[in-house]
Design a protein around this ligand. Structure first.
Ligand SMILES: Nc1ncnc2c1ncn2[C@@H]1O[C@H](COP(=O)(O)OP(=O)(O)OP(=O)(O)O)[C@@H](O)[C@H]1O
Length: 267
């Protein structure tokens, strides 16, 4: 369903080349629920942006739902839903209901289907109390529920979320997680999310991709991730150790230094 094959993305900032993502390869099958972890600046958002067609890779190949995201952005939009926790796709000054109606028009969702889905989302995400509220007046938790609804109105096969629980209180987090778990289990929607909240990982994901310095550092189960730092009590401790190791490990091996009295053989 999602495929990254030796993908790279660079940015040039004041003539300096930043390698945000390097040589990244992974596959996510239909119906999987996968978390993408990594320290700040590791390349997670850049990866998500390439998977959703916002950014074009500078090397390698990406396919999502059988499409090249940057070339088939419109076609892809019909197959995937995207939620950015730090930004809304809703219309700031419109009531949530009108904002969702605009999304319906954009995605050409049949009016009857829209009503059924909205009713369902109102039940599952408890939207009813604030459908008439302008988006700018919504709390972060309400806005997130609105954004998730907007991303799912066209019933996409894949849902990609960038930090969906950021800033949410414990109850809102639990509600969003419960909703995502059910979406994956009952509708079979493939879910890929980035997060710094390891509660999301423990409660939702069977598989973890760990990105470090733009490269894939781990791809496996949550238990497999724990096993990389034996003796650590919690998943937070495991991940903290991995991130600390990453800070102290050079990104590329240092060039061999010649011995003081000239180059030596294999010493
Ligand atoms: N538009 C851009 N222009 C220049 N550099 C960028 C741009 N976007 C990202 N970068 C750089 O690419 C690297 C990876 O950034 P990215 O946002 O993908 O990391 P991240 O893992 O999502 O981080 P965080 O967890 O802090 O959100 C960083 O060094 C960042 O500064």
């Amino acid at each position: 369903m999602i495929e990254a094959d030796r993908v790279g993305r660079t940015f040039t900032v004041r003539r300096r080349v930043v390698h945000a993502v390097r040589d990244l390869s992974f596959r996510v099958g239909a119906g999987e629920f996968v978390a993408c972890l990594g320290p700040n600046g590791a390349g997670k958002s850049t990866t998500i942006k390439m998977l959703t067609g916002i950014l074009t890779p500078t090397s390698g190949r990406v396919q999502v739902a059988g499409l090249d995201p940057s070339r088939r952005r419109t076609a892809l939009a019909r197959r995937i839903g995207v939620v950015f926790g730090q930004r809304t796709t809703l219309w700031w000054d419109l009531p949530l209901r009108d904002s969702l109606e605009l999304v319906r028009l954009l995605y050409k969702v049949d009016r009857k289907v829209f009503r059924e889905r909205l009713d369902e989302m109102c039940d599952l995400l408890d939207l009813g109390g604030f459908l008439a509220t302008p988006v700018r007046q919504l709390s972060l938790g309400q806005r997130m529920r609105g954004d998730i609804t907007a991303a799912l109105l066209h019933d996409p096969a894949v849902l990609v979320l960038d930090e969906p629980t950021i800033g949410l209180d414990v109850v809102s987090k639990a509600e969003v997680r419960d909703f995502l778990r059910r979406l994956n289990a009952e509708r079979g929607t493939t879910v890929l999310l980035t997060t710094h909240d390891l509660g999301d990982v423990e409660r939702l994901c069977r598989r973890v991709l760990l990105i470090d310095h733009g490269r894939l550092a781990f791809d496996g189960t949550v238990d497999g991730l724990r096993a990389t730092a034996p003796g650590r009590a919690s998943i937070e401790d495991v991940v903290a150790e991995l991130y600390l190791r990453s800070r102290t490990t050079p990104r590329t091996p240092p060039a061999p230094r010649p011995a003081p009295d000239g180059p030596s053989a294999t010493a």
